[in-house]
Design a binder for this molecule. Sequence first.
Ligand code: SAH
Length: 500
Amino acid sequence: MKQGKVILVGAGPGDPGLLTIRGREALSGAEVVVYDRLVSPAILALIPSGVERIDVGKEASHHKVPQEEINRILLRKALEGKTVVRLKGGDPFVFGRGGEELELLAAQGVAFEEVPGITSAIAAAAYAGIPVTHRDYCSSLHIITGHQRAGKELSIDFEALVRTGGTLIFLMGVTAMPKIVEGLLQAGMDGGTPAAMVERGTTPSQRRCSATLSTLPEKAAEMGIRSPAIIIVGRVCSLAEDFCWFDRLPLRGRRYLVTRPRQRAGRLSDKLRRLGADVWEYPCIETVPILPCPAMDEALQQIGRYEWLVFTSPAGVSAFRTELTCMGRDGRYLAGVKLAAIGSGTAKALQEMGLTADYVPEVYDAAHLGEGLPADGRALILRAEIGSPALTEALRRRNISYDDIPVYRTVYANAQSPALRTALEAGEVPYAAFTSASTVKGFVSTVGEDADFSRVLGLCIGEQTAAEARKHGIPVRIAHRATIDALVELAVETAAPCEI
Ligand code: SAH
């Protein structure tokens, strides 16, 4: 039997971009993933489908899965021969009980690895504009647990900490914060020392509370700072006002709904997140290839009849690629047939097959594709079951003959979501990005036809998408070009000023 193994992986503090390359690799090879409460949903979304997931952070009747039980789960799965990823927030060895989880495995001779993660102690500070060390301010950095066992006093040597003169960072210290402050003051620290708390650091809902040591309890209470948060004490905290780069990102504090199919949402979501946006991925449609597809099979068997092969989406290219593989063929089979793509995304999908599009219209939509296709002979269109009539109407007007073959269908992925509807009608989701008319249809059916769409601005990739949105009373703005980059630019242009 295959030997099992446990890979302890640090997931970082929240921003999915802060997962390490090795961590991501481990996730993609996992057979079982055991994860905690602090691992962000965006990272959990990277777990391949079909992989067993075990949530040990869930507080069933207010009791988390006890540590011994977690240790036993890891051991049992590894002994079954599985590759187990144990995913933990931040770094597994920084107050993460990573050491405890390895003890049983080491004793039982089970193979393991540890993939360090970026700890919240450093990253939450960094995203709040606080460098944890700076030559002008300190010469050491101390990470301390502020966890207080029930009924016990804090066991922190405050005098020793004050003597170091270094930056102090407390984890798990939100509840005990007033006591920590008191301890430091009593040990002789100046009440005017800059201090800060960073709540949900590196995530879209990050908040910073800047104060002095003496005013921190009052300010944190005013802001209602809650766990998870770090407490930072030291002169470096005074740099935050100048360095809080994350708060200055153009989309910071704004929420965007991304409605693309899950397989394709990643790029748009990542680009928005890099600009500080709070992205809600809500895939409203899914594209499913029609398999088997006798009509495509027959057309491809007689490929010589066609002058052009026309694609209107990456999903069409993907269905074509599958069919060609099933036929035991590759790109060479197309020989002299010319290729048309509706836009740069579709051209890129062809490129990934080693094929170059011979024609891409100036404006990336069905009407321009039909009007501009430089055809003398017959065209074979491989596209969605319900494709835009604008393409075929234009070809007909120009007397270009074609076969229009559905090679995938669009499935509306979600059942109705009352939660999304409530959030939308309350104005909590001010923007929704639409990359096709079908994402609009999927969105409307998810929210409910009769909903009030007036409080969401539809950011549309092109005219046809916008036309569908207008039908449902969604106010729209249209990207100046039908590309993901132009859609992201539109998001920046339309972002309303906001308070964090
Ligand atoms: N191993 C983790 C720490 C686990 S202890 C790491 O290296 O980050 C849990 C504590 O970490 C929380 O109480 C809080 O103090 C801190 N923490 C974790 N994620 C955080 C975040 N996104 N922002 C601020 N603090 C966080």
